[in-house]
Design a binder for this molecule. Structure first.
Ligand code: PLP
Length: 390
């Protein structure tokens, strides 16, 4: 856009934003990081190595692809507005009733809707300092106050910069409407035990809803940790979200799920857009859930490659946060160093995720790739080190 065009747009936005709700007036839209499409066009022969979005290097299940293709002959028809087949599959997989399942156009949509419905001027939102960027956005869009609890210190022996559950419990207020946290967490990769989650749910009480975002839940294999799905029968204030964008490699199709008490789902359904999940997405997600072999492969490869990559990065002197996800948060010591690595990698057609927007300018978040992808990353890093740029 030309300079004069940009100035005209800014003036128009300033005029129109006064008409928006107070929360939206101060809101900056979600920052997706680097412009991937532009970088793909610019990339050289090797192609762009995309390690910024926590997508799956292993792609989707072949069964999911076949199911998707079978939908292509009927694109003129609306998708099933109830998402019946996928809801049934999810309920079966998680041992829940179908009334406990709601589908979203990605988890992002569900998180925004949850805040829209259950947060507001009199129902504040509680989060941890290094939480997923959508939570503050959802709170603000809902005109809710955001209470941010300091994270554990970077020197914490097992969960550096992780959620401080005691701090979160202490920060609960009578007007806390919603607690939003991810387990394991993005961007830190850290995790919570089931006991910690239960303590939070108990302290929150029935009027404060607790959203456990399990976008990376399948990758969590630590002892004493498990999915909060097992707690749904006991806590009616618990909302669990899952996505098909990470483990299942279906990020492009935008399918997410909410698992909660039937009453919570029924209330949220009131504002769901009627055809929010498309037919290829519904079909592929249902098939992906059934492909146990693909799931096992991705989990196994991700965990192995993550630990191998962490060892290599630590050997080069960087601080690597322990992770139970498909990415690593790497601390380069200061903002300048992280930015130099980011720029240097980009010059070699490798994209990672800068963390300035998360208040961690000294860090970069790196998605775990296949062996050869991680090797390319390390080779680029070594070249930068040889040039004094990393
Ligand atoms: C913690 C967390 N929750 C939710 C999402 C959004 O997932 P979806 O693709 O389902 O919108 C992400 C995506 O990166 C995430 O990291």
């Amino acid at each position: 856009m030309s300079e004069s065009g940009a100035a005209a747009l800014a003036a128009e936005v300033a005029r129109v934003v006064r008409l928006a709700s107070p929360g939206v007036q101060g809101l900056a839209s979600y920052d997706p990081g680097h412009d991937i499409v532009a970088l793909r066009h610019k990339a050289g022969e090797q192609g762009l190595l995309e390690l910024g979005g926590n997508e799956s290097a292993w792609g989707p299940s072949l069964l999911a692809l076949a199911a998707l293709r079978s939908e292509l002959d009927t694109l003129e028809l609306y998708p099933d507005p109830r998402g019946g087949v996928l809801k049934h599959a999810l309920a079966e997989a998680f041992g829940l009733q179908r009334e406990q399942v709601m589908l979203g156009n990605g988890t992002h949509e569900l998180l925004m809707q949850i805040a829209q419905v259950f947060a507001g001027p009199e129902r504040s939102v509680l989060v941890s300092r290094y939480c997923f960027a959508v939570y503050p956005l959802a709170a603000q869009a809902a005109n809710a106050r955001l209470d941010v609890v300091e994270a554990l210190p970077p020197t914490h022996p097992t969960q550096p910069r992780g959620h401080d559950i005691d701090g979160m419990i202490a920060a609960l207020r009578p007007d806390t409407g919603l607690v939003m946290l991810a387990n394991p967490n993005n961007p830190t990769g850290t995790w919570l035990t089931t006991t910690e989650i239960e303590r939070l749910l108990q302290a929150a009480g029935p009027e404060t809803l607790v959203v456990l975002d399990e976008a990376y839940g399948e990758f969590l294999t630590q002892p004493d940790c498990g999915s909060a799905l097992t707690l749904l029968a006991k806590y009616r204030n618990l909302l669990v979200t899952r996505t098909f964008s990470k483990l299942h490699g279906l990020a492009a199709l935008r399918v997410g799920a909410l698992l909660a008490a039937p009453g919570v789902v029924a209330v949220l359904e009131r504002i769901r857009e009627s055809f929010n999940v498309n037919s290829p997405g519904l079909a592929a997600a249902t098939a992906a859930l059934m492909d146990e072999a693909h799931i096992a492969t991705v989990l196994h490869e991700t965990a192995g490659n993550r630990e191998a990559l962490a060892i290599e990065l630590k050997a080069r002197g960087y601080f690597v946060h322990p992770s139970q996800t498909n990415f690593l948060l790497v601390d380069f010591g200061n903002a300048e160093a992280a930015s130099s690595v980011d720029r240097g990698l980009m010059a070699r057609d490798i994209v990672v995720r800068p963390m300035r927007g998360y208040g961690l300018p000294q860090c970069l978040r790196i998605t775990v790739g296949k062996v050869e992808q991680n090797a390319r990353l390390l080779k680029a890093l070594d070249a930068l080190r040889a040039e004094g740029k990393a």
